[in-house]
Design a protein around this ligand. Structure first.
Ligand code: APR
Length: 227
């Protein structure tokens, strides 16, 4: 089976009811991203950061995967599908995708501020005073601005073996995630699905200017027919 590598971002979860990051006002759900998603923000106001992610986590538990997530599961019938997502939600997994790499962490996990390899499943709020086994505060298991991206090496290796590349719902503005496209083989076709694409077609790049819920199922039907 051919390898399909899918890079997903906030746009694929938009139709499920999770807002994208880069709205016109530059705020994330009304917050300055550096206040709620950076090590400095954490040092300045842990309570605000925890509260922000607690709200995101509660929201996530109320929403469902959409047709785009489900279409990628169907693609597994005839392709070896590997998803690399910048999203911290679990909607790909809940839809049924078997191979998902989270570049920017996972909202339903917490980790120790003492030892970053101490990661645990966590579906409720994280509060001040929630400690790891070594009595250090827990924090969301997410990659903040300015932090290293530990999963990048694994993601780059996946990208190197892509026979087909699909990019869905990401503005490709955040590095190193955006550079993953440079690791894909030059001859592999790239399908870019976004209602407001910020790049133009050319070479082996095809732009599909549609919302994920329309564009992904259409492309999946096409690829299943070609397989
Ligand atoms: N379907 C597909 N794409 C959509 C939809 C939709 N229904 N709605 C919006 N989009 C597109 C937008 O046009 C935009 O190009 O999704 C993209 C979302 O871009 P961003 O908000 O920048 O999200 P993303 O690229 O995932 O952000 C990357 O930045 O804030 C950090 O760590 C955070 O993982 C995140 C990273």
């Amino acid at each position: 089976m051919k390898n399909v590598v899918v890079l997903t971002g906030a746009g694929i979860s938009a139709e499920s009811g999770i807002k994208t990051f880069r709205d016109a006002d530059g705020l994330w759900e009304g917050y300055d991203v550096m206040e709620v998603a950076s090590p400095v923000g954490w040092e300045n106001n842990m309570e605000l950061v925890l509260d922000f992610y607690n709200q995101r986590r509660r929201q996530l538990l109320e929403v469902e995967p959409n047709e785009a997530h489900y279409a990628l599961v169907k693609l597994q019938e005839r392709y070896n599908v590997k998803i690399i997502t910048q999203n911290i939600d679990d909607l790909h997994e809940r839809a049924g995708s078997d191979n998902v790499t989270h570049l920017h962490g996972e909202l339903l996990k917490a980790r120790s501020t003492f030892d970053e390899s101490l990661v645990m499943d966590w579906k409720k709020d994280i509060n001040i005073g929630d400690f790891c086994e070594y009595n250090h505060q827990l924090r969301p298991h997410v990659v903040w601005f300015g932090e290293a991206v530990p999963m990048f090496q694994k993601a780059a290796e996946i990208a190197e073996n892509a026979g087909i590349v699909i990019v869905v719902g990401t503005s490709m503005q955040v590095y190193p995630a955006a550079s993953l496209i440079d690791f894909t083989p030059k001859e592999s076709p790239i399908y870019f699905i976004d209602p407001n694409p910020n790049i133009s077609a050319g070479g082996n790049l095809e732009i599909i200017s549609k919302k994920a819920v329309e564009g992904v199922p259409e492309l999946v039907t096409r690829l299943l027919n070609e397989a």
